[in-house]
Design a protein around this ligand. Structure first.
Ligand code: PEP
Ligand code: MG
Length: 877
């Protein structure tokens, strides 16, 4: 039997999301629920994938089924494409499995042409509406299908409004709009060199292809990479009979959320515009009315809508984001989906749904996007500093957080300035999808136009970036890169601050304050902790980081990079003396200076961890990061070493490596200079003995971690030094302190010989930064220079240094665990590369049976949640 590529809304349901996309599956589900949905059909995500497999062509089988469904749709609606009596007009919209707001394209009013529009104008008795539809269609079709670009059309509209002396699009008459439609078509012909297509079927096929193509547009590719959406999913296409919100004052369109997407509060939130079509609300061209006002404008429609909202929320047991249209007082539902929300709102909604008895705790934990927690961990304004500041203006609190930075007016500049290390805030009339990269680079986004569902608001919330929208008091002069607000003119580079939680805007910088886990955040995290099996540790090199991580729930230190303890001040001098010594005596002298400093640091770390495990990794400095480069520093070093500048330079030259990342680092350093391992062992053990005296109940058991081993004999050599030194220290102090010696697994050979290595190691910790580097042979410092080409060419979908390569690197990890545990069943295993804080990598670590993940302090809650989700999903399956 032939494949089924196309489904009527009556043939689908909510479980068919993978095939029909989120929008298509939910349109079908709403149809099944008996809600007023304009009928239509969905072309599957598989058809999209097939389209690409066929070399960007819709094959005959798929085309045949599309045509069949047009016929079926004509039967169902009693309307016909291109018909003079009763023409069928449709919308064509994308809909992927995961919602990607604003990333792909929509075309409305498809099916119009010169003849049809005339019939429509006459028969409806509403020529203004007919020509409004027509000019919109030409505009959208040209932009989306032919990529002519919106700005040409917008310029024509602006010119027309200026000519007619009106401010709003709705003030243009039927005649004006008819004239605009003509101008648009002329523009189309000028740009494309062909007449605007008049056959509705041709229009439809072109539109479907355009939606398929939009799956691969640059902004969709960036969005997917940021949100872990595989390219292979493809998008479905929904073809739906039009419901018209632009028929006059008894028609309108809007979007609404069943709960506040910014705060999570249980109240209907949304916006609508009378006499308007879909994109008007979100495009921010006119400022919409609050949904509550619909109660006055059209009470019976409002009641019906509220009723549907309840029905949908009860049905999906989650906050819904809906689009609707009112055509001549009749309500139509165009979309529903689980709404995007701020992290703050996500926590509140999940807790409220539990309290309302709608979902259980496991479901609540699974509902939160781990990555989004990040936004809650970012600073807010310091309340004291805020009290002293006077707002100079106010907009809509579109996405919470605190932003302070230099003003830029374009997305390109935002990116450039941010790349140059500046903190910027992007101030725009309104944003559009092309601005994504610049929005990402900004501390916050401020827009003059648009409501809570404007592009800026929706996208900023998704990114977790602070946003204040709809600041209509701003008098904007984008061309001259300045604006007026609160009686003052602000220029590019001036500093302002704004608060995405209140909407307030302030002149100048305001101090910010760290976030903390409390309230709903605390509740969800405590639930998460009940479900997870993986322990979560942190990578921390300073007592301050360790303390922060503890507050955020870290259960130990999984990686303390001891070389990082020497970056600052006078410490680096001693470190340089050590590296640039050319005799054991000189080196030991330098190590004598380092020992008490290290010991003091370790004592503070143990104190901060209050008896939880502390893994201290021995020195692993790529030497080039530490040798002096400045003349004055070289002179200083020569002076303390009692050497000439030339001698020091000769030592530095001898330390030069062509490939320092594969050079004299890790345990290789301890093989050549065992005295370094001796000093570090002394520091670790002496510190533990001292702290154990004060806190005997903590049962301190430091974990000494030897980096970069690739061979069992090599590891044994260093381990023996460690054990001998540690045992001597312990015996001398008459202490009974215990310790462990383990190794990082970060070289493929270590994975391949893990059974041998495990005989010398009590624990393994995967250093997946190096393991990724060594497995791919990509330098972790330079891969960024060419990875973009890999994304563009669809060779990679993600950065393997950020998201674990489960296929290759993951296979090595599995092998290492299996071999390691065979040789030493009690071996405990963790990960401390960057991947330890990446949700999908954490899930993988759970699956392959790691004991813990270790990540930077601010990612600890993300890892805790991801670990819980992995455990819950496993149980469910
Ligand atoms: C690693 O390689 O993954 C690791 C944690 O060590 P570093 O990043 O310090 O090389
Ligand atoms: Mg490493």
């Amino acid at each position: 039997m032939a494949n089924k590529w196309v489904y009527l809304f009556t043939e689908g349901n909510a479980t068919m999301r993978n095939l029909l996309g989120g929008k298509g599956a939910n349109l079908a589900e709403m149809t099944n629920l008996g809600l007023p949905v304009p009928q239509g059909f969905t072309i599957t995500t598989e058809a999209c994938t097939q389209y690409y497999e066929d070399g960007q062509k819709i094959n005959d089988e798929i085309m045949g089924q599309i045509m069949d469904h047009i016929n079926k749709m004509e039967e169902i609606t009693g309307k016909k494409f291109g018909d003079k009596e009763n023409p069928l007009l449709v919308s064509v919209r994308s809909g992927a499995r995961a919602s990607m707001p604003g990333m792909m394209d929509t075309i409305l009013n498809l099916g119009l042409n010169e003849e049809v529009v005339e019939v429509l104008a006459e028969k409806s008795g509403n020529p203004r509406w007919a020509y409004d539809c027509y000019r919109r269609f030409i505009q959208m079709f040209s932009d989306v299908v032919m990529e002519v670009g919106k700005k040409y059309f917008e310029a024509l509209i602006d010119e027309m409004k200026k000519d007619k002396g009106v401010k709003q699009d709705v003030e243009l008459t039927a005649e004006d709009l008819k004239e605009l439609a003509n101008q648009f078509k002329a523009e189309y012909k000028a740009k494309i060199g062909e007449e605007f297509p008049s056959d509705p079927k041709v229009q439809l096929v072109e539109a479907i292809k355009a939606v398929f193509r939009s799956w691969d547009n640059p902004r969709a590719n960036v969005y997917r990479r940021d949100n872990d959406i595989p390219y292979s999913w493809g998008t479905a296409v929904n073809v739906q009979m039009m419901a018209f919100g632009n028929m006059g004052d008894t028609s309108g369109t809007g979007v609404a959320f069943t709960r506040d997407p910014a705060t999570g509060e249980k109240k209907l939130m949304g916006e609508f515009l009378m006499n308007a079509q879909g994109e008007d609300v979100v495009a921010g061209v006119r400022t919409p009315q609050h949904i509550d006002q619909l109660k006055q404008v059209m009470p019976e429609v409002y009641d019906e809508f509220v009723d549907i909202c309840h029905k949908l929320e009860d049905h999906y047991r989650d906050m819904q984001d809906m689009e609707f249209t009112i055509e001549n007082r009749k309500l139509y539902m165009l979309q529903t989906r689980n709404g995007k929300r701020t992290a703050f709102a996500a926590l509140k909604i999940a807790c409220d749904l539990v309290d309302e008895g709608m979902i259980d705790e496991a479901k609540a934990v699974s509902m939160i996007e781990p990555r989004n927690l990040d936004t809650l961990l970012h600073p807010t304004f310091d309340p004291e500093a805020l009290k002293k500041a006077t707002p100079i203006g106010k907009g809509l609190a579109a996405s919470p957080g605190a932003a302070s930075g230099q003003i830029v007016f374009t997305a390109e500049e935002a990116k450039e300035w941010a790349d140059a290390g500046k903190k910027v805030v992007l101030v725009r009339l309104e944003t559009s999808p092309e601005d994504i990269e610049g929005m990402k680079a900004s501390q916050g986004i401020l827009t003059v136009r648009g409501g809570m569902t404007s592009h800026a608001a929706v996208v900023a919330r998704g990114m977790g970036t602070c946003c204040v929208s709809g600041v209509s008091e701003i008098v904007m002069d984008e061309e001259n890169k300045q604006f007026e607000l609160g009686g003052k003119t602000f220029h590019e580079g001036d500093v302002i601050s704004f608060d995405g939680t209140t909407g307030n805007i302030y002149d100048g910088a305001i101090a910010t304050r760290e976030a903390q886990i409390a309230g709903e955040f605390g509740r969800i995290m405590s639930w998460a902790d009940k479900y997870r099996r993986l322990k979560v540790r942190t990578n921390a090199d300073t007592p301050a980081d360790a303390k922060k991580a503890r507050e955020l729930g870290a259960e130990g230190i999984g990686l303390c990079r001891t070389e990082h303890m020497f970056f600052e001040g006078e410490r680096i001098d001693a470190f340089r003396e050590m590296i640039c010594s050319d005799t054991v005596e000189d080196r030991e002298k330098a190590l004598e200076k380092i020992l008490p400093v290290q010991q003091g640091d370790f004592e503070k770390l143990y104190e901060a961890l209050e008896g939880n495990p502390v893994t201290i990794r021995f020195l692993d400095p790529p030497l080039h990061e530490f040798v002096p480069t400045e003349e004055a520093e070289i002179e200083k070093l020569a002076h303390t070493q009692g050497k000439s500048v030339a001698q020091i330079k000769a030592i530095i030259a001898s330390l030069h490596e062509f490939n320092p990342m594969m050079g004299h680092r890790g345990l290789r350093l301890a093989v050549t200079y065992p005295e370094i391992a001796v000093m570090q062992t002394k520091a670790v053990i002496r510190a533990a003995i001292n702290v154990a005296k004060v806190h005997p109940d903590w049962n301190l058991k430091p974990e000494i971690m030897i980096p970069l081993s690739s061979d069992a004999k090599e590891l044994k050599f260093v381990k023996d030094i460690v054990v001998k030194t540690a045992d001597e220290e312990i015996a001398r102090a008459g202490s009974d302190i215990k310790y462990e010696v383990g190794t990082m697994i970060e070289i493929p050979r270590a994975c391949l010989t893990a059974d041998e290595i495990a005989k010398e190691a009590e624990f393994f910790c995967f250093g997946t930064n190096d393991l990724t580097q060594m497995t791919f042979g990509f330098s972790r410092d330079d891969a960024g220079k060419f990875l973009n080409a890999y994304y563009d060419k669809k060779i990679f979908e993600n950065d393997p240094f950020a998201k674990l390569d489960q296929v290759g690197v993951g296979k090595l990890m599995k092998m290492a665990i299996e071999l390691g545990k065979k040789a030493r069943p009690e071996l405990h295993v963790g990960i401390c590369g960057e991947h330890g804080g990446d949700p999908s990598s954490v899930e993988f670590c759970h699956k392959i049976g790691l004991d813990y993940v270790s990540c930077s302090p601010f990612r600890v809650p993300i890892a805790r949640l991801a670990a819980a989700q992995a455990a819950i999903a496993e149980k469910r399956n």
